[in-house]
Ligand binder design. Structure first.
Ligand code: UD1
Length: 437
């Protein structure tokens, strides 16, 4: 199996270009189903999640033309519901964002079907708020046999007022997509404010929708008859940028993180500054430098503009290299500490109690064979490997490649000793029994 082999200890230096935002891409690609005409998407990240969704659309009858590494032209004019098939379900089961296909199909055809979403396992990932919103718009939604099926009660959706009981990125996005062509006005209250929510709204508006308020906690959508083609460039990936910032903090060195929106990184920059990392902001870059020792701090994850849960494993790894005791409180997911078992194999000292992790900094992490338990947990063990003494082997890298474009090439260009090799996994007999089981 392919794995990353990392010889740690090199400080990172140079410039890294950040790719387009994964979580914007996985919302915008399904939303393109609503568009009749050619939709040109620029700054799309080349990662397996976007590849999977583009294949889904292509199986559904869309024409997908690759213009260059980050630009795709999508024409969903001929997409049809009767093209849904087992080939599509095999793909949609792999990713979380497949539930956005429901909002998009409902908006375009008044009916929809998809598998229950896959993606990272952080404990319970309910979709009750998606169902609540789509039902309020006039759809009957059923979950049965691993599928979500929805149909507009009178053939099309109607605008209404929806209050989300929980701030949910996914529910906000799904309802926004479906409401773009609903009859009348939809007001969604207590919505998520993440940068990719704003990006989706900007995408929909540039295709003819009328969405206002994205980035605040109330979004108002005046339904339009249909969406037309156009060109849209996605925002840079906040979490990919944050991951490289955390990597520099862990290894030391100085790196220019280019093609970013520094404002989106404020929550990450301010935590890193508390930890003795210097951060200088430019128009579309941040310079990250760490020369002295790292200081401990406390982190609580929250919806945007709070500290992102998707940066929790990476910052947790950096805190392993800081002096003193740090406390992390996970405010979004029930079970997002699976990476800690992997870090312990590298000498990290961490105790977990419910949603709280107590991290006692150590002088050095040491290389070991570890797993990427999910996408960001995978990024965390890569960072640990870069900072550790000796050699780290990271297995199950398919999770990392769901969301990081060319992570090996980008890190190599910064001076890291990392390569992707194809070698057999460590025999389970050599692993502790609790892993082999
Ligand atoms: C998205 C991101 C994920 C990130 C998360 C929080 C994508 C593809 N994934 O996931 O990387 O970690 O936002 O920033 O964009 N909830 C409910 N009912 C629902 C929906 C959610 O109770 O119907 C709860 C969840 O259990 C969780 C919280 O709300 O505790 C936030 O979930 P949500 O924002 O919906 O996360 P996702 O959209 O799944």
């Amino acid at each position: 199996m392919e794995k990353y082999v990392i010889r740690g200890g090199n400080p990172l230096r140079g410039t890294v270009d950040i790719s387009g935002a994964k979580n914007a891409a996985v919302a915008i690609i399904p939303a393109a189903i609503m568009v009749r005409g050619v939709c040109r998407l620029e700054n799309l990240p080349q990662i397996s999640d976007t590849d999977t969704l583009l294949r889904v659309l292509s199986y559904m009858g869309a024409s997908v033309r690759t213009i260059n590494r980050s630009t795709v032209e999508l024409d969903c004019t001929n997409v049809k519901l009767d093209s849904l098939s087992e080939d599509i379900w095999a793909l949609t089961r792999r990713i979380r964002a497949s539930y956005y296909l429901i909002g998009a199909m409902l908006g375009r055809f008044g009916a929809a079907c998809s598998t229950m979403p896959g993606g990272c396992n952080f404990g319970l990932r309910p979709i009750d708020q998606h169902i609540k919103g789509l039902t309020a718009l006039g759809a009957d939604v059923r979950v049965e046999g691993g599928f979500i099926r929805a149909a507009a009660r009178d053939g099309h959706l109607h605008g209404t007022k929806i209050y989300l009981d929980k701030v949910s990125v996914g529910a906000t996005i799904n309802i926004m997509i479906a409401a773009a062509t609903a009859e009348g006005v939809t007001v969604i209250e207590n919505v998520a404010r993440e940068p990719h929510i704003v990006d989706l709204a900007n995408f929909l508006n540039s295709m003819g929708a009328d969405v206002r308020g994205a980035g605040t906690d109330v979004i108002k959508i005046r339904g339009v008859k249909e969406l037309h083609g156009g060109t849209y460039a996605l925002i840079p990936d906040q979490i990919e940028a944050g991951t490289y910032m955390a990597a520099v903090a862990a290894t030391g060195g100085a790196v220019k993180i280019a093609n970013v929106i520094p404002k989106h990184l404020d929550c990450i920059s301010s935590k890193l500054r508390e930890m003795n990392v210097e951060i200088e902001e430019g128009d579309d870059y941040v310079l990250v430098r760490r020369e002295g020792d790292l200081r401990h701090t406390n982190v609580k994850t929250m919806p945007y503009p709070g500290f992102p849960t998707d940066m929790q494993p990476q910052i947790g790894t950096v805190l392993c290299c800081a002096s003193g005791l740090s406390v992390i409180t996970e405010g979004v997911w029930d079970n997002r500490y699976k990476y800690i078992e992997e870090l312990r194999k590298m000498g990290a000292q961490i105790q977990v109690d419910g949603r709280t992790a107590f991290i006692q900094g150590v002088d050095r992490l040491t290389g070991a064979t570890v797993r990427a338990c999910d996408l960001r947990a995978g990024a965390a063990v890569v960072i640990a490997g870069l900072a550790a003494d000796g050699v780290t082997r990271v297995e199950d890298i398919q999770y990392i490649e769901r969301g990081y474009q060319n992570i090996v090439g980008k890190l190599q260009a910064l001076g890291a000793d990392i390569k992707c090799v194809d070698e057999p996994d460590e025999p389970s007999a050599l692993r502790p029994a609790w892993i082999a089981g």
